[in-house]
Design a protein around this ligand. Structure first.
Ligand SMILES: *[C@@H]1O[C@H](CO)[C@@H](O)[C@H](O)[C@H]1NC(C)=O
Ligand SMILES: *[C@@H]1O[C@H](CO)[C@@H](O)[C@H](O)[C@H]1NC(C)=O
Ligand SMILES: *[C@@H]1O[C@H](CO)[C@@H](O)[C@H](O)[C@H]1NC(C)=O
Length: 246
């Protein structure tokens, strides 16, 4: 799989106009278990302190529900381990979902991303992410020809964002993970790109970092039979992105 990928990129490079730099990207491995690490894609909008390299964690908000939050590095608790669940066909058609196992016995908790018409109650311009019992909304880790593996929300074009929000269940602030849907309409129906990043939020990619997917006890409700292999990095925070790209 890895070799096929390298060949694919080489073919692309050969087809590119002679003057262009040969594209060159950080090496990836394949794994069916991964952490999701925040990479701030516009450093001018980063929060303070910086949330670059923070890891996807869940904050319990009720028996089957959690808010999606970012946890600072160096915590004694690891981030959530995720897997992309679906047959090869479901992955291909954008019907897979991204799941973490929670509770005892282990139960699948999917990532649920609000649709373009669903909004947070407290922050009415923001779309929330939840990690709740169930399959989750369609999402995947991007594959070739996308040069970088990242979490993709299959419900619409946009970007994940990190916001310093109060979670009502706790009454205090977390760095929550939200989603900003892009819109493409300008005045008079013309084309105009709007990223719609909410005020005070930082645009992030959620980048998979390879880890071992645990084996499940016999009484588990979860199953790893359809955990798809995804491209991931060994250590996202260690990558110097300025050295890469087309
Ligand atoms: C990470 O963010 C930097 C900008 O800070 C950007 O150049 C790079 O392409 C990003 N990589 C991914 C995989 O998001
Ligand atoms: C979030 O907001 C709280 C309270 O307003 C502040 O103390 C904290 O530093 C902020 N964190 C970030 C990462 O912006
Ligand atoms: C995982 O994918 C398989 C194959 O499509 C499906 O049967 C199963 O219900 C999925 N699991 C969850 C929790 O959605």
């Amino acid at each position: 799989m890895h070799n096929v990928l390298i060949l694919g990129l080489a073919a692309l490079a050969a087809a590119a106009p002679a003057k262009r730099q040969v594209p060159h990207y950080p090496p990836t491995s394949l794994s069916n278990g991964f952490f999701l690490v925040a990479n701030v894609t516009d450093p001018s909008l980063d929060l303070s302190p910086s949330i670059n390299g923070w890891v996807f964690q869940t904050a319990h908000t009720g028996p089957p529900t959690n808010a999606a939050v970012l946890q600072a590095p160096g915590s004694s608790v690891p981030g959530r381990v995720f897997y992309e669940n679906g047959t090869a066909e479901q992955v291909h058609y954008g019907q897979s979902t991204v799941i973490t196992d929670g509770a005892t016995p282990p139960t699948p908790f999917g990532i649920f991303i609000q649709s373009p018409t669903e909004f947070d109650i407290t922050y009415p311009t923001e779309h929330d992410l939840f990690v709740n019992a169930g399959p989750g909304t369609p999402s995947r880790i991007t594959d070739f020809p996308n040069p970088y593996p990242i979490l993709q929300n299959n419900q619409g074009v946009g970007t994940f964002v990190a916001c310093n929000n109060t979670v009502p269940y706790y009454g205090y602030k977390f760095i929550t993970i939200n989603y900003a849907y892009a819109t493409f309409e300008g005045p008079d129906g013309g084309y105009e790109y709007h990223a719609n990043i909410p005020e005070g939020c930082a645009p992030i990619n959620l980048v998979p970092q390879c880890t071992t997917l645990n084996t499940l006890p016999p009484d588990a409700y979860a199953s790893h039979e359809f955990a798809a292999p995804v491209r991931c990095y060994d250590d996202v925070a260690a990558i110097d992105w300025t050295q890469y790209g087309p």
